[in-house]
Design a protein around this ligand. Sequence first.
Ligand SMILES: Cc1ncc(COP(=O)(O)O)c(C=O)c1O
Length: 344
Amino acid sequence: MRETARGFERYYNPKLNGELRLDTNTNSMGPNPAATRYLSEGRWSLDLYPNTYSDGLREALAELYGLQADNFIAGNGSDEMLDVTFKTFTNWGDRCAVPVPSYTLYDYFVKLNGGSAVEVDLTEDFQLDVDAIVAQKAKIAIMPSPNNPTGNSFRTKDLEEVLSRSEGIVVVDEAYAEYGTESMIRRVEEFDNLIVLRTFSKAYAMAALRVGYAAANAKLAEMMMCVKIPYSLNAVSEGAAIAAVKDQDFIRRSVEAVRRERPVLAAGLRRLGFEPFPSDSNFIMARSPIDHAELVSGLKERGILIRDFGSKRRTENCVRTTVGTAEQNALLLSRIEEVLSQCR
Ligand SMILES: Cc1ncc(COP(=O)(O)O)c(C=O)c1O
């Protein structure tokens, strides 16, 4: 096996038995209605290739954000955009700064593309340690804001400072930015080293279709475009994504629902003895009052999946749950109560 891929293990792939899925931070309002309508109309030329670089979607995104189509690269989920980013800019052995705790797949993409992942701890309150990141002199520094799994956004002034003090590329992964209040995406032409990643898997409720995109100044975007696999975004998903971009009302309603239910769920968890952390996302990380693995398996037996982060450094005994609908959250809390009473 190639040296840079040795030691890799398969990604999270739970055996499913009809459970309620609160483990992957998807939109609990159900599938995107505009995309669903588009799919039900079903008029595609399956014999033809999709547009090589998803120009239709890139133009729709340019209109949405007031940028140019040449600021965007679209592909098969933001995971492909992560891969393209590291593939485009990492030389063998280059240092890439990855915050701890953050998205588990960063490490994989850095190593896969020959880089060397340098872990930089977030501060006690899960904010960026700007000096520590800049001190790494990394070729690429990556950070998700809002952060997964902790849920909080990073301060804009800290992101700006990392950008202005770093010579390397700074990637701000905004997979959950629709739920937050600030974003860097409209500012990509302001910085020569900023790449912003976005996805249709979360607020857009289209995880099954695998659509993601990157935004950057036109010069960086062109470099990434030349590295990206041509046609990697299929025509069906691209069409559904264009339809979804045009229905911003669904995004607004989805965000409002999360902002309404999130404090209710956090209060319910606190009542049961959890320590929930502040969230600007559609999920909450919380420290469990009982053993994390017992909690997660007890819930699975009762038909609910949440995600276990309890064995990882900085998130000891913590679990993460999607903010569901009011009914889903009530069900989750009552099932947690059952698990707790069985364990005590
Ligand atoms: C921070 C972050 N980045 C990227 C992704 C990947 O998203 P996609 O489904 O677009 O590949 C996720 C998915 O959970 C995520 O949490």
